[in-house]
Ligand binder design. Structure first.
Ligand code: ADP
Length: 248
C-alpha cells in the first residue's frame, strides 16, 4: 500500500466547454516529492488540468484531493493556494520596478498586507528564508537590483522563488524554459531538480530534450485523458504516443 505517498489525486475528472470535452475522465496522481512532466499535443487538456487543480475551472464530474483529506473541489482559488499549491504561468509576472529582494518579501506577505511589508521589519527567520531562496534560485548577487533589469531566465527563477516564499507542497509550472537560452535551460533543470524531494513539482513543457533532462516519470495527455505514463524512453517508444505527435 503506497497510497500514503500520494499527494495529489485527480480522479475521473471531466470538463466540457460548450459540449466539447477538454478533460475526459482524466485520472492523474502525483507522489509526495516527485518531479513529473506533463506533455501532449496542443489542445490535449494540459492547461485545463492545471486550472482544475488550482480551482480556476470546476469539473463537471470527478474528484480532486490534496493529501488524503483535502477536497480541492470544496475550496476556492485563494484557499487552494493556502493549502499549499503554487502555480507559475508561462509569462513571468514579477514586480519590475521593485528589487529582487522586495519581490520575495512581497511574495512572502502573500496578498494579506501587500505593500506594507516593504516598510515592515522582517524577523530573523524570515530573512533567513529569503536568503535561502535567493541561494536556491541563484540570484543572491542580484538581490538589490531591480527585477526589471533581470534577464528573461532570471525573471522566471525569481518567480519560482516567489512561489517558494509560500512554502508550497505542490508547484505547478507551465513551460518554464520557453524563450530561454541553453545555459538558462540547464540552470532551470538544476533548479527544478533541487526542488523535488522537498516539494512535488508538475511541469508542463513542450521541449522534449528538457523533459528528458529532468523527468523520471512523464505523463502524456491526449484528448483530455492520459494516453501514456512512464519514463521518457517508455512514452517516446509507445506507438500511440508517436502517432499523436506525428499527427499534430
Ligand atoms: P493544452 O493546454 O493541452 O493545449 P487546453 O487545456 O488549453 O489544452 O485545451 C483543451 C481544449 O479545451 C482545447 O480544444 C481548447 O480549445 C478547449 N478550451 C480550453 N479552455 C476553454 C475555454 N475556456 N472555453 C472553451 N474551450 C476551451
Amino acid at each position: 500500500d503506497i497510497s500514503h505517498k500520494i499527494l495529489l489525486y485527480v480522479e475521473g475528472v471531466s470538463v466540457s466547454f460548450d459540449g466539447f470535452r477538454a478533460l475526459n475522465d482524466l485520472s492523474f496522481y502525483v507522489d509526495v516529492g516527485e518531479l513529473r512532466c506533463v506533455i501532449g499535443p496542443n489542445g490535449a487538456g494540459k492547461t485545463t488540468m492545471m486550472d482544475v487543480i488550482t480551482g480556476k475551472t470546476r469539473p463537471d464530474s470527478g474528484h480532486v484531493f490534496f493529501g488524503q483529506t483535502i477536497n480541492l473541489l470544496e475550496l476556492d482559488e485563494p484557499r487552494i493556494a493556502q493549502a499549499g499549491i503554487g502555480r507559475k504561468f508561462q509569462k513571468p509576472t514579477v514586480f519590475e520596478s521593485h528589487s529582487v529582494l522586495e519581490n520575495l518579501e512581497l511574495a512572502m506577505a502573500g496578498d494579506k498586507r501587500v505593500w506594507s511589508i516593504l516598510f515592515a521589519r522582517l524577523s530573523g527567520e524570515q530573512r533567513d528564508r529569503i536568503d535561502e531562496v535567493l541561494g536556491i534560485i541563484g540570484l543572491r548577487e542580484q538581490a538589490g537590483g531591480l527585477a526589471g533589469a533581470l534577464s528573461h531566465g532570471q525573471k522566471q527563477w525569481l518567480e519560482i522563488g516567489m512561489l517558494l516564499m509560500q512554502d508550497p507542497l505542490l508547484l505547478l509550472v507551465d513551460e518554464p524554459v520557453a524563450g530561454m537560452t541553453h545555459q538558462e535551460m540547464d540552470r532551470t533543470a538544476e533548479l527544478l531538480l533541487s526542488l523535488a524531494g522537498k516539494h512535488s513539482v508538475v511541469v508542463v513543457e513542450h521541449d522534449m530534450d528538457f523533459v528528458r533532462s529532468i523527468a523520471r516519470r512523464v505523463t502524456v495527455l491526449h484528448q483530455g485523458s492520459v494516453l501514456a505514463e512512464g519514463s521518457m524512453d517508455e512514452v517516446q517508444n509507445d506507438p500511440r504516443v508517436v502517432e499523436v505527435y506525428l499527427g499534430e
